[in-house]
Write a new protein. Structure first.
Length: 172
């Protein structure tokens, strides 16, 4: 194939198509990560109370991050071992006593969905640990993901939220 005065080999043509495809995928992930939002099924159940919590070797939920801070401060903030609460098989840490009291009064509201496991993996029927610094609040609910790619896909893939709720009880 000729392009201008240059001859392009089949190998180089494939490489260009692969690069274009990769750039398109990266663009979609970035758009999803910045602008996307997963859609949840109407009346989605409060799964925070129904599943085992993703906890570290020390038994800490969210690797010690304060679950209320995501909602109140819009930030992932480490809690303190001096301000803790045991719920749903894990120890939860908080940045302040006020945050602890809010959580104690309504742990299902403030706790992460899918036990804090990766929401995108749940949409694929899998159970994968999450990174507490890769999160989203959707319809007042906390979702965590394994990494920014998973978060971008969870936001960008139509129906990911619905599929996560449908798949979760049988996820493995």
């Amino acid at each position: 194939m000729k392009m201008g005065s240059e001859t392009v080999s089949p190998w180089r043509r494939r490489l260009r198509w692969a690069a274009a495809g990769l750039l398109t995928l990266v663009g979609l992930l970035l758009i999803g990560a910045v602008f996307g939002s997963p859609t949840l099924p109407p009346g989605a159940p409060p799964l925070a109370a129904l599943v085992p919590v993703d906890k570290d070797a020390a038994g800490l939920a969210l690797s010690g991050y304060d679950p209320v801070a995501y909602h109140q401060e819009g930030a992932a903030r480490l809690g303190s071992a001096d301000v803790s609460y045991r719920w749903n098989g894990a120890t939860w840490l908080f940045a302040s006593d006020a945050n602890r009291q809010m959580f104690v009064s309504d742990p299902v509201r403030y706790g992460p969905l899918f036990g804090g496991h990766c929401a995108f993996a749940a949409s694929m029927g899998k159970v994968v640990p999450s990174d507490p610094e890769v999160w989203s609040i959707v319809d007042g609910r906390l979702f965590l993901n394994a990494d920014i790619v998973a978060r971008g896909l969870f936001r960008a893939v139509p129906g990911a939220g619905r599929r996560a709720f449908e798949n979760w009880p049988g996820a493995n």
